[in-house]
Design a protein around this ligand. Structure first.
Ligand code: CMP
Length: 137
């Protein structure tokens, strides 16, 4: 059993597809172990994406991630990190496979609807960024 941190980003919340996104994970046999709707501050977004601080898109990405509410979730299942990433599709929707969340809903490489931890080490940082142990069930 593996856990991954997944976010429905401000563009996904604005498009009113929270239920649609969650359904895709559930239909694929994954389980929502924790969930909440919050709004990140600019500093909160910068802290979450600290690994990207040297990237040219860091400022723009953290502006975007703090522009409106997001839904943060812990998703659980066998091989959950890989499976969530498959259901989301490639970071750039132009490269994403048909039937993935990003292909169906994302506008561009930055406003790409969802985030999922890319590896176990990332999940180990990202899950406690939003959830305490007693919130994960
Ligand atoms: P995510 O999976 O949340 O991980 C980092 C995020 O940075 C990514 O999704 C995109 O939202 C954004 N991102 C990645 N590459 C680029 C890029 N080349 N230009 C702008 N934003 C990017």
């Amino acid at each position: 059993m593996q856990r991954t941190l997944t976010i429905i980003k401000p563009d996904g919340v604005k498009k009113n597809i929270i239920g649609e996104v969650i359904s895709r994970f559930e239909r694929n046999g994954l389980r929502i172990a924790a969930l909440k709707k919050i709004k990140l501050s600019k500093d909160g977004a910068k802290g979450f994406y600290i690994v990207h601080k040297e990237r040219p898109f860091y400022e723009s990405l953290t502006d975007f991630m703090s522009e409106g509410p997001i839904v943060v979730m812990v998703i659980e299942g066998e091989n959950a990190i890989y499976r969530v990433r498959e259901i989301m599709g490639a970071t750039n929707p132009a490269d994403a496979q048909i039937g993935t969340i990003r292909k169906d809903f994302a506008d561009d490489i930055e406003r790409n609807i969802v985030h999922g931890s890319d590896k176990p080490e990332s999940a180990a940082f990202e899950i406690p960024y939003f959830f305490s142990q007693i919130e994960i069930l």
